[in-house]
Write a protein that binds this ligand. Sequence first.
Ligand SMILES: Nc1ncnc2c1ncn2[C@@H]1O[C@H](COP(=O)(O)OP(=O)(O)OP(=O)(O)O)[C@@H](O)[C@H]1O
Ligand SMILES: [Mg+2]
Length: 479
Amino acid sequence: MAAFRALGLAPWLTAQAEQLGLTRPTPVQEACIPPALQGRDCMGCAKTGSGKTAAFVLPILQKLSEDPYGIFCLVLTPTRELAYQIAEQFRVLGKPLGLKDCIIVGGMDMVAQALELSRKPHVVIATPGRLADHLRSSSTFSLQKIKFLVLDEADRLLEQGCTDFTHDLEVILAAVPTNRQTLLFSATLTDTLTELKQIAMNKPFFWESPSEVRTVEELDQRYLLVPEKVKDAYLVHLVQTYQDEHEDWSIIIFTNTCKNCQVLNMMLKKFNFPSVALHSMMKQKQRFAALAKFKSSVYKILIATDVAARGLDIPTVQVVINHNTPGLPKIYIHRVGRTARAGRHGVAITLVTQYDIHLVHAIEEQIKMKLQEFSVEEQSVLNILTQVNVVRRECEIRLEATDFDEKKEINKRKQMILEGKDPDLEKQRKAELAKIRKKNGEFRSRVQQTLQEKKQLQLRRKLQKKMRRKQKQQPVAAK
Ligand SMILES: Nc1ncnc2c1ncn2[C@@H]1O[C@H](COP(=O)(O)OP(=O)(O)OP(=O)(O)O)[C@@H](O)[C@H]1O
Ligand SMILES: [Mg+2]
């Protein structure tokens, strides 16, 4: 308790933190809270589950209590579920202040959000896309007076991945004042440092967890070498084993695509496992409902895409299974970080096929430790192999009969319209681009062919010359 107070936090706030079980600050909190209270920009790079959220929520609440107004703070985060989770932390820790927060994420009613924004909440927690939409379309609120800008999972927000936030971030950064305090946090900040320093311009205080290993000590990290075609049988076997051997258990299974996520969920349900899915092709209400069911332990298995890889704090999760080996070590770090949080123990098992061995090497190099092999009883897997494959195929057929792929197409079109693009024009443009690429490719291969022919011709000529020279020399030598 005293330790939190020693960081400069007010008694009401330390008392509130203690009520939530935060009695002693974690290293990232100890390092970042004092400079944040002194008004410095901060960049905190600390392992998953190490309390980064409270490291920014606590100093912001303290500053807000000294000079309360709205909108005082803006927090940006990459996923909707994470926005709700952060808002909850603000709400419980800021209860004595009567904190008013507002969550601005996609998939929810925009008019209601605009109304909430116009009521000047103290803290706005948002995903960049929807907030940028509000900024573009309405003038009923202003971010001009904010004191704090927080980017949680900052490296993801700056990444140009499948969901690219950079354009939305530009809009948001243009709407916030330059004399703000900027706080950036993630478990994987280091490869985006240069870009981050352009956002935290005010000589930021940088803190990185001193440990060389990038994952937490309490996490038992395993790999399981499996042939691609029998992956699902191994998965069913692993889940069955956990169900049989543990009373109180909770598993997150990560997979690479929304479709795979859906099929796996259908498949596990067919085997009577209590599972729910979470991916970006679900309606937002379904996403929240699935997460709530999993959090309350009614459903023990969450099958998710990387939409659930970052930030989610669900203490009951004991096991993370990577149904596919993550293509980037960074994604691995965040995925496995959904277990073994806040000093608890956990297990991560990554299914590795013959095609993924190089990915495991890259992961090991980045996390600075070797994964250990996980052994299973092969015969038990073989026993269920045919049944699992048949069920999987049935589920795939069932899914194909629905409008799942069609929905994906509709979602893509919706996204384009939101981005101000004409989907039909884009389709045409893509087709033309493909044609040009094809033509270029053909042209390139023709050029290469001509060059090769030329080379061969030159070589042939050279050889012929050589032969002729030799032939001329031979009669002389014979003489
Ligand atoms: N000082 C503390 N003492 C005990 N528990 C804490 C403390 N600070 C935070 N926690 C708890 O630790 C858990 C993880 O915290 P948090 O979600 O902030 O981690 P994180 O560092 O943001 O992880 P990630 O990188 O996965 O986002 C939460 O349940 C939180 O309540
Ligand atoms: Mg976090």
